[in-house]
Design a protein around this ligand. Structure first.
Ligand code: PEP
Ligand code: MN
Length: 379
């Protein structure tokens, strides 16, 4: 109380998330490319040498890639890994742009990086996943960019938090940076999954539903962590109407100085672009099929989550089975089962699901749990 009296603190105006709703201007930068396919940003994880940057740029020059990416300042999870060549690499990107006409992009992680990137006339700046988590740094970068017409692409934060991701976008928007986009690069998990970063498609779908004008770009490389699933991830992204992809590309992926396992060659990228089903919205039938396909992909995403959740539930059941076996307790406990059912019927109602449906689903789930526990008890 005393604090409030002695210091005249005005509570800041609450910034509504809808500050960017219905803002077609957000995609002006993308529309200006006039592409008849999704935007492709390609290039190495890290700029390694001038020759490497130039060689990759020339290999990408006559492909679908419009923008050359290369990390110059590399935020590494643990020290001791290659942390980027630093400002020196900006010159290599400039040279690549002069020689190939490709636009350039790199990651900036503080105001000093912004100044240097602006001086070097880098076209697009991206904010890395480890930066998006920090409102102070995002604010500092956004302020350093005020008054410029740079395009800024904001990667999702490492943790699955849509509000934090949107908060970062808003910080740029409120500094008058209107050429914006987001990059979906997946989210960290403690448990090992088949991905380096779990896609959690639902978060990007929610973002897309809320802000359909905000360009959404997929980074399959950092989601996958391995090159064999890059194609499938890109197809899912395209089926979900993403506006573009950012793919790490190197002429010698295995010997890349960072993220070797996930990079593909420019030739593989060209082949992938040929193989991907890219849907153009033309004609009523095509439009119908496109919409149907998008909705089906959304269902696939949710079905996948259902299976994962059921798998996790059964693992916990196994644990309960072991505990019961050790303590000589019977597997079926009717009271607990009735409690679960009652709760689920109520929750079902709130989600527009009939009692009959909930009963059928949960009886099946319960039966599977009992089977699991029996197996554990026998082993
Ligand atoms: C990168 O793009 O090379 C990178 C470091 O990405 P992220 O911030 O998604 O980890
Ligand atoms: Mn990388």
């Amino acid at each position: 109380m005393r604090f409030r009296e002695s210091v005249n603190i005005k509570s800041p105006k609450r910034h509504k998330l809808n500050v960017m709703e219905n803002k077609k201007e957000l995609r002006n930068w993308l529309d200006a490319f006039g592409l008849d396919h999704p935007l492709v940003i390609a290039g190495p994880c890290s700029a390694e040498t001038e020759a490497q940057v130039l060689k990759i740029a020339h290999q990408l020059k006559d492909t679908d890639a419009t923008v050359l990416r290369a990390g110059i300042w590399k935020p590494r999870t643990r020290p001791g890994n290659f942390e980027g060549v630093g400002a020196l690499g900006l010159k290599w990107l400039q040279k690549a742009k002069e020689e190939t006409g490709m636009l350039t992009t790199t990651e900036v992680a503080n105001a000093n990086h912004v100044d240097l990137a602006l001086e070097a006339d880098i076209d697009i700046l991206w904010i890395g996943a480890r930066t998006t988590v920090s409102p102070f740094i995002v604010q500092e970068i956004a302020e350093a960019l005020k008054g410029t017409d740079k395009t800024v692409l904001i990667k999702n934060p490492v943790n699955p938090d849509l509000a934090l991701w949107l908060g970062a976008v808003e910080r740029f928007y409120t500094q008058d940076i209107k050429n914006l986009g987001v990059i979906h690069r997946g989210f960290s998990t403690y448990e090992k999954t088949r991905y380096r970063n779990n896609p959690e498609w639902q978060i990007a779908i929610d973002l897309q539903n809320k802000f359909p004008d905000l360009p959404l770009i997929l980074d399959p490389s950092h989601i996958a962590g391995r090159r064999d699933i890059i194609h499938d991830l890109c197809q899912t992204g395209l089926d979900l109407n993403y506006d573009g992809i950012m793919v790490e590309t190197h002429y010698d992926p295995d010997n890349a100085w960072s993220d070797a396992a996930q990079q593909i060659t420019p030739a593989t990228l060209v082949q992938m672009m040929k193989d991907l089903k890219i849907r153009k919205e033309e004609g009523t039938e095509v439009e119908y099929n496109n919409k149907l396909n998008t909705l089906r992909t959304k269902i696939d995403v949710i079905d996948h989550q259902l299976i994962e959740s059921l798998g996790k539930r059964m693992k916990i059941s196994d644990g309960i089975g072991e505990l019961k076996a050790e303590n000589n307790v019977s597997i079926l406990q009717t009271k607990r089962w009735n409690e679960i059912l009652g709760k689920m019927i109520l929750e079902g109602e709130q989600n527009n699901l009939s009692e009959e449906f909930i009963l059928r689903v949960f009886k099946a789930v319960h039966q599977e749990s009992i089977n699991h526990q029996k197996k554990v008890a026998r082993s």
